[in-house]
Ligand binder design. Structure first.
Ligand SMILES: O=P(O)(O)OC[C@H]1O[C@](O)(COP(=O)(O)O)[C@@H](O)[C@@H]1O
Ligand SMILES: [Mn+2]
Length: 658
């Protein structure tokens, strides 16, 4: 309680006068203090961390539904040995997929009314437990409108008196009698999913490789509480949506590489006919072998397969041409070593890269003039103009990109954890690297802040302005530049991966950060550079797949850093050996969860699978972590301090009640 011993400064008094407009008298200020203090004592909400989703909406949606095991654990904790394992599994599957599970039950269950009664009781019990972490007002806001009143009655029903029990049973019977049970069960299941996770953190790379990034963005757009740390693939899409042509080409190249044209054409309504007609014409007799789409086994007709390969090659060549324009405009990027079309020896069929001559595996370049290799042909220019116009005018794409901007950032500090996708540029000696960016020198946090402002300018600055164009060029740098915190490798060897068989040329050397971060002291230093307490904080990264098959661990630096890119992307599951990591941070501590490959939603329901292969407790506390220990708690405590001053001012005649 405020003692008033030092008196108030003029500024404090001014602030208290303002506060007294909101809390007009002693009673209202005191009530608010009591409410806030009650919140401080609630257990900390559960945070859920995911990363590198790469378009895999089904696995992602499954992980959201089962809250990485949180729901299953609640069921076990609540029902323990009073339910069979199979019943617990069924209940869990119902909560994850209520609509589909209800259909299945209707076909197999003989006494549906009895089943509804038992199930509704069980669901209400779970709902009571998961909502007990929140204030009534927060739970009220989460309730589905149509059942809000009944749900509130049921949730706050304590069953102590006989009358109440009757009342409770009556509500449930009425729901069943009125044929509302399916709707009610579904609403309860969604509510449990919703309350199981307080906040979701997405550590980047929502886009590319997998088939359904747009559906993931739809989910994120409507999720109750989410923050996103941009990945290099997200930045590429953001730059493309802003109108950066080199990034439009990159995005289209990757979509054709993984045969994900539905995202472009159907979800975003981008017209690919100009590219398709151009590619068919230009590469009519070229099998475009190096450009065969990946992961399509049996899914494409021969004709489509051929067409996509041709489009893939056409857009790749266009990409290198557009990139050359940026590289030449920006000597400060130091990316001249990525100018490769002019290093091809068209007579010998070789290429000279950094003094070494390599055999090219494909020499059909009908649009490349050896004398002026980066010039666009008339047709290429036309394709470029048309696809650019489609990108900047796609309403749905622009809507999703705005979500990335409003919910996203370069990094996030949340409850003492530092979240970012890639790395912080460092020198070999473990110090933060000073980077010259837009003419100024930055390192660490300041560098990331400057990068973030630029990423926002690229999209929001005045159309056609020079500043916007500069920033769009930088977006391309952020996608693949050496000092990009999102990429962080010496070079992106895309050209070499297509045209040179010699794998030594494919190597992409990472910034020292990616090895230095194994060292606890380095992580402590980075955390301090972001103003965090190294004793209690952690770093969470994505971006680099953890090679579990080779014995690599996602837990680094003595538990100071976690890398949770476990391979949602199917194409990377061979490398990682699992199907993704997620992290849960609840009031008991942090838990790392690894996931088995997700076959399909149908199988998940039919086999009632959770797809969690193992959980590793990272840090468990004896005492539950309360809201008071979190960032929100600190803010609430500040409000309490202010209100206590106001109370003192009222009680001591300094401010009068209104
Ligand atoms: O395996 P793909 O799809 O060909 O992509 C390889 C490219 O992706 C990158 O790894 C970047 O993507 P990530 O951010 O997912 O790692 C490049 O460094 C590399 O050249
Ligand atoms: Mn990445």
């Amino acid at each position: 309680m405020y003692s008033g011993k030092d008196g108030f400064t003029a500024e404090e008094l001014k602030y208290l006068q303002l506060l007294s407009k909101q809390y007009k008298n002693i009673n209202s200020a005191a009530t608010e203090v009591m409410n806030l203090k009650a919140i401080l004592n609630l257990p900390k909400g559960t945070e859920h961390f995911v990363s590198d989703i790469h378009g895999e909406v089904e696995s992602f949606s499954h992980v959201l539904r089962n809250a990485s095991g949180v729901i299953k654990n609640q069921i076990s904790a609540i029902f323990g040995a009073s339910l069979r394992e199979s019943e617990k599994k069924s209940l869990a599957t119902l909560i994850y997929y209520p609509e589909k599970k209800l259909e299945q039950m209707a076909e197999t269950e003989e006494d549906m009314n009895d089943w509804y009664k038992i199930t509704l009781h069980r669901l209400v019990t779970i709902c009571k437990v998961v909502s007990s972490k929140y204030t009534r007002s927060k739970v009220r806001k989460a309730l589905p409108k149509e059942f809000a009143y009944i749900l509130e009655e049921l949730l706050h029903e304590d069953n102590v008196s006989r009358d109440k029990e009757m009342y409770y049973n009556e509500i449930i019977s009425t729901i069943i009698d009125l044929d509302q049970a399916d709707r009610f069960v579904t609403a309860l299941c969604h509510l449990i999913q919703r309350l199981a996770i307080d906040t979701l953190h997405v550590i980047g790379d929502i886009y590319d490789r997998g088939p359904n990034a747009a559906a993931i963005m739809d989910i994120l757009e409507h999720y109750h509480s989410v923050d996103i740390q941009w990945g290099n693939h997200d930045i590429a899409w953001m730059g493309a949506a802003a109108g950066c042509q080199a990034l439009i080409c990159n995005v289209l190249r990757i979509q054709t590489r993984y045969a994900n044209l539905d995202t472009i054409e159907e979800d975003y309504g981008i017209n690919l006919i100009p590219l398709a007609t151009f590619a068919m014409d230009c590469y009519a007799d070229d099998p475009c072998t190096q450009f065969a789409p990946k992961g399509t086994e049996g899914a494409l007709s021969d004709k489509d397969f051929q067409l996509i390969a041709k489009m893939h090659k056409a857009i790749s060549i266009l990409q290198w041409k557009m990139e050359a324009q940026i590289i030449k405009r920006h000597p400060e990027f130091h990316m001249e070593n990525r100018l490769l079309l002019d290093k091809i020896n068209f007579e010998k069929g070789t290429i000279n890269i950094e003094g070494v001559e390599y055999e090219m595996n494909d020499m059909n370049f009908p649009t490349v003039d050896p004398k002026d290799p980066y010039a666009l042909t008339e047709e290429e220019q036309e394709v470029m103009d048309k696809v650019k116009s489609s990108f900047v005018n796609s309403e749905k794409l622009q809507e999703h990109i705005r979500v990335l901007y409003s919910k996203g950032a370069m990094y996030n500090i949340f409850n003492s954890n530092l979240l970012f996708h890639g790395g912080i540029p460092m020198n070999d000696d473990g110090t933060l690297k000073t980077v010259t960016f837009r003419g100024k020198r930055y390192k660490g946090k300041d560098y990331l802040d400057a990068v973030e402002r630029t990423a926002r300018e690229a999209y929001f600055n005045k159309p056609h302005s020079e500043a916007k164009r500069q920033c769009m060029d930088i977006m391309w740098y952020l996608w693949c530049g050496e000092d990009s915190p999102l990429f962080g490798k010496k070079k992106m060897t895309t050209f070499e991966r297509y045209f040179i068989d010699d794998k030594t040329t494919h190597k992409e050397v990472s910034n020292p950060y990616y090895t230095l971060r194994n060292d606890e002291n380095i992580c402590r230093y980075v955390l301090e550079a972001f103003g965090l307490d190294p004793d209690t904080s952690h770093i969470v990264n994505g971006h680099v797949p953890v090679k579990v098959v080779k014995g690599e661990s996602p837990i680094k630096a003595n538990g100071k850093l976690f890398v949770i890119d476990g391979g949602f992307a199917k194409a990377y599951q061979k490398v990682t050996g699992i199907a993704g990591y997620t992290l849960i941070y609840n009031s008991h501590g942090m838990v790392l969860v690894s996931h088995e490959p997700f076959v399909s939603t149908e199988v998940a329901i039919a086999e009632e699978k959770d797809i969690l292969s193992s959980t590793v407790a990272l840090q468990y506390t004896q005492d539950r972590i309360r809201v008071r220990d979190t960032d929100i708690g600190k803010k609430l405590q500040e409000s309490i301090d202010e209100l206590e001053k106001l109370l003192y001012a009222y009680q001591n005649g300094i401010i009068k009640e209104q």
